[in-house]
Unconditional design. Sequence first.
Length: 381
Amino acid sequence: MPGEVTVIGAGPAGLVAAATLARHGARVRVYEKAATVGHRFTGDFQGLENWSSPVGVIERLARIDVEPGFEQHPFHEVNFYDRRLRKSVARTDDPLFHLVRRGPDSGSLDRALLDQAQEAGAEVLLGQAAPRARRGDIVAIGPRFADGIVSGYVFETELADQAHCIISEELAPAGYAYLLICAGQATLATCLFRGQQAWSDARRRTADAFRTLVPELDLADARPFSGYGSVFGSARFTDEAGRLYVGEAAGLQDPEWGFGMWYAMESGALAAQSLLNGFDYRATAQRRFEPMRKAGFANRFVYERLPRRVVPLLLRRVAPSPGLLHRLRRHWAPSLLKSALSRLVLPVFTRTRLRHRDRSCHSQTCDCVWCSHGETMQFLD
């Protein structure tokens, strides 16, 4: 049993780690420099995907002792569109994903994980920077680099629940644009993995496209939001001082489409279990997460080199297929070929994609992605 453990950062990775430790009797103190959990988010929707594992979302949460005590809505249908806005409908018997809300408010994933950590006995110190981290402490400070961004709007609506996704270089270079509506709330956004400097134009074009697709869409009271993540860096699970890194602080993110919440929560649980049970976190995390990351890098490399005319053909063929979840699971599955390809392409992605700050950032009132998203970095001594 470890002594007192410090967790730096109160995102999903840090809070799951803290709750896991506290439930087993460890003394846990979580430091979060921001005044609230979920400070990087504004109530926007995200998807907890259901295709990377044969285990369903609720059971998968149970395996890391996370109670689904937050708003989560399974979605079985998504309307996909190519760059000419031609529609293909994906329908599945099991959910494609569970929609969750991010941010500090009640009902969000972040707030629920905070409540569960505190109920388990963890001490969470909001608005307090961490002291020097020691051997065995857990670092969950979020992304160290910024190479993928999302920018869009959140708003209220009377429209029925629905999900839309556009694959278009004009709207989302190397990424996708999406509209998610659930229980009277909506998120409209573009996710860019390349050409991030054009985020403002991409957001405007995305809003125009969804107004065309959903004529009843009313953005009059929409509130802008932005976010960024670390996608193309190398993973680091421990350092020379013996500290354990989890979530995006460890470089864990889905390189293909940015569905990184499982990486965050499961790495947090794994780090905590390594302290409780005495196994090598670094070696175990590499075995658990690196094959999936390598498959994602290989898939992204191939996707970005597809001729533009091929993507609409793939959408029309794959999206309506009856075995879509099985096809996605097989597509995401690691292989020796994908691992070999990833070793070649990761240095290219790292060299050409990693970005720290928008060069146009210019003032205290700047509305660039980095400024409007808020400060996220907490530096270690």
